[in-house]
Design a protein around this ligand. Structure first.
Ligand SMILES: Cc1cc2nc3c(=O)[nH]c(=O)nc-3n(C[C@H](O)[C@H](O)[C@H](O)COP(=O)(O)OP(=O)(O)OC[C@H]3O[C@@H](n4cnc5c(N)ncnc54)[C@H](O)[C@@H]3O)c2cc1C
Length: 587
């Protein structure tokens, strides 16, 4: 089934839940207007729906075969990528200095969602290039920036991000790829990397690899990692491509999903060593990589939203057509209460995840553009707090919603030709890459909620309480028990937060055992409040036909999903012993 970009919904969430409208009014984005935002979204939606979406099944079917060291992308992909890059989409939020458009990250987030709804395998490639741009811009030496940044920003060349090795996945500090100093100031890179997204392809003339490696005298662990820029083809001072570097793709993985995205094993040094250029300082590579990773984490979060949106559209269309049993109305299965519950769950989870992601994008904007140092610091802490929640919750939602999408289709969902099965397969990777969701939950509990001695999370809780109070004082029967249910959810979140802040130091194993259910609890309260905010905003817009729909969805989330917060709180605060006590060993 085709994809229809939900441009109006996206614009509404951007302006009213993520605060883009207010930020524009306050001048955070210079002379940007809401009209420009609407126009950008409409164009992106058109490109995603008409150019990229038709290639999704093609990519799934053809994959990315490797022959004689070359990866061939699926038919039509190179033309689509070239048109996409020439349309300026890669540099939407990039610096104008390097050929970007300098538009908000929040707006770029909305576009990233649409590229990935159209095709996750297509959308993931540029995500890594965007991360590479940010790392190079923030940490790279001037000559490197001059040589590479414009071509990367315009998308003429793509970038990769290379951390993983067989023994170094979540534990990046275990990596062994070697970097040795050359007399001319460059470095000789030898070793290999696995699972490298877009490590080799024919979409662009050059590929710029960002590779983590270890110097011979580096301290062990994460404090001994350096980041290197390793181009596939050397670039002359005149910008022309020269000889091939000693970096090659050894093999391409066969995967469960995203078949159109080449996942490569990369080998450095078959001919004595690849030449790399240091980014940032020696042994400080992980810091530079974190710049890329936060960016990439939000983008992967958006993949979760994207696949959930696409699966919801497809399931809703099918449920309107398929007739079965004694359903009311026209006899279509959409009239069965159980099917309606599935579809509403899909829609509510998708919209909540979208709101959290866009709010994270807006916080990243505030980090860069805030009016003073205090505002920038607050925004940076907000982005830090929300990033693991956005990543883990949204990608879990992507998976759950895609699974419900298959279920709504019944047996046809299991048959490839409907496309529901592809969404389900594609969605499965997002909770794994860019830091598994387990690692995100640990990051939330051990690093993010302790920020500012707990002050950052407390400020956020206060905001959630203000939303709850606003729902209550709206006094609109259409909200049902939304106010009470959300108040309960925020209470649960607050108690679990206090419990964890206490346990992180005193009983870290107990805190870690509760990390994943805590993240879900956090998202249940935050997502419920975000949908309530949207409903309140719609009510404020006089005569908005949006209001009844948005209130109904906020109510559904509060009464059917946010209510799970109490159980999650109990799991966090009382479940740790059972995790520790049960002996697992070999099955
Ligand atoms: C399709 C695909 C594309 C990818 N693209 C890239 C890429 O472009 N660049 C790149 O560098 N990498 C890439 N990766 C690698 C990906 O980021 C890793 O697979 C991921 O980080 C997990 O590492 P791992 O596979 O070694 O799993 P492991 O680290 O072995 O984890 C296995 C399980 O143990 C858990 N676990 C591990 N450590 C801990 C801990 N300390 N505490 C609690 N739980 C823990 C994990 O959460 C997970 O559930 C890609 C992978 C795939 C499959």
């Amino acid at each position: 089934m085709s994809y229809r970009a939900p441009v109006e919904d996206i614009a509404f969430t951007l302006k009213h839940a993520a605060g883009l409208g207010r930020a524009i009014d306050e001048g955070l984005y210079g002379d940007l207007t809401e009209d420009v935002v609407d126009a950008v979204l409409a164009e992106a939606g058109k490109f995603a729906s008409t150019v990229i979406a038709p290639l999704n099944a093609v990519g799934d079917k053809h994959g990315t075969p490797l022959k004689d060291g070359k990866v061939t992308m699926p038919p039509g992909w190179k033309e689509a990528y070239t048109a996409w890059a020439q349309g300026g989409w890669n540099g939407l939020a990039g610096s104008e200095e390097w050929g970007g458009q300098g538009l908000p990250h929040a707006l770029n987030s909305a576009c990233i969602e649409m590229w990935n709804s159209a095709s996750m395998a297509f959308g993931i490639g540029p995500v890594l290039t965007m991360g590479a741009i940010e790392a190079l811009e923030r940490h790279g030496a001037e000559p490197l920036k001059q040589k590479y940044l414009t071509k990367l920003t315009t998308g003429e060349w793509m970038g990769t991000m290379q951390l993983t090795e067989p023994q170094a996945g979540s534990d990046v500090g275990a990596l062994r790829t070697k970097a040795e100093r050359n007399p001319d100031g460059t470095y000789r890179i030898t070793g290999s990397k696995i699972f490298i997204t877009y490590g080799e392809h024919d979409l662009t003339d050059n590929i710029i690899h960002f590779v983590l490696a270890r110097l011979p005298d580096a301290p062990p662990g994460t404090r001994g990692i350096s980041l290197f820029l390793v181009p596939k083809f050397f670039v002359g001072d005149d910008g022309k491509l020269g000889a091939r570097n000693d970096a090659r793709c050894h093999s391409v993985e066969h995967k469960l999903g995203i078949h159109g995205s080449p996942t490569c094993t990369m080998v450095y040094g078959d001919g004595g060593g690849a030449t790399g250029w240091l980014i940032g300082e020696e042994n400080r590579g992980l810091n530079c990589m974190f710049t890329m990773m936060n960016n990439a984490r939000l983008a992967v979060a958006l993949q979760g939203v994207a696949i959930a949106e696409r699966a919801t559209q497809q399931a809703t269309a099918y449920a309107n057509e398929r007739k079965q049993g004694r359903a009311g109305g026209n006899g279509a299965i959409i009239n069965h209460p159980d099917v309606r519950r599935m579809l509403l769950t899909m829609r509510a989870l998708t919209r909540a995840a979208r709101a959290i992601c866009y709010a994270t994008g807006a916080a990243i904007d505030g980090e860069h553009r805030g009016k003073d140092a205090a505002a920038r610091k607050a925004a940076s802490e907000r982005a830090a707090l929300l990033t693991p929640i956005a990543k883990a919750f949204s990608t879990d939602v992507g998976m759950e919603v895609a699974s419900l999408g298959v279920q709504v289709h019944g047996g046809m969902g299991f048959i490839e030709e409907t496309g529901a099965a592809q969404h389900y397969r594609d969605a499965r990777i997002a909770p794994i890459y860019e830091g598994t969701n387990g690692i995100q939950a640990i990051d939330l509990v051990t690093r993010k909620i302790p920020l500012g001695g707990g002050a950052v999370v407390r400020t956020y809780l206060d905001e959630l309480r203000r939303t709850v109070a606003a729902v209550r004082s709206a006094n609109d029967p259409a909200f049902g028990s939304t106010g009470t249910r959300l108040a309960d959810a925020v209470d649960s979140l607050e108690r679990a937060t206090v419990w964890l802040l206490d346990k992180i130091e005193k009983a870290p194993e107990a805190a870690l055992a509760g990390a994943t259910p805590y993240l879900r609890l956090f998202a249940s309260a935050a997502g419920g409040c975000a949908l309530a905010e949207e409903a309140l905003a719609a009510t404020r817009l006089n005569g908005s036909a949006e209001a009844p729909r948005r209130i109904a969805l906020a109510r559904f989330f509060a009464e059917n999903i946010a209510v799970q917060a109490g159980g999650l709180e109990t799991t966090v605060t009382e479940g740790a012993d059972s995790v520790a006590d049960v002996a697992l060993g070999a099955a």
